[in-house]
Design a protein. Sequence first.
Length: 140
Amino acid sequence: MSEPFSVRVTVRGYETDVQGHLNQAVYLNYAEHARWSLLRAAGISQTELISGGVGPVALETTIGYRRELLAGDEVDVTCAFEWGEGKTFRIRQTVRKADGTVAAEITAVCGLLDLKARKLVAAPQDHFKELATAPALFGL
């Protein structure tokens, strides 16, 4: 199996809390940044999704914090899609320090929303596969 898609992020001082470590909410920003970076790398833009009448939605997110991150730390944020049979899919992400230490593990249950009907579309992987120029980045 190939390595999951990954982006590098440097922890900025203003993202830290009073204890000096990365604020808990910022992990979600890093995860979201990696997701949109994967979409762009696969050839899908926000504009294309919206003009196609769909948009990705997060339905549930779980974060396991493993090690603290400090200002100046460089981390790699991975992003791997897992497809099932229904209307939802999982995105598994790891925030890993440059030395390999896992700082956090993030799992999200997501769907693809029909923007007019306001309901999840069936077989979201088919939509991603159709739109993507590099569907292998989604494991398709």
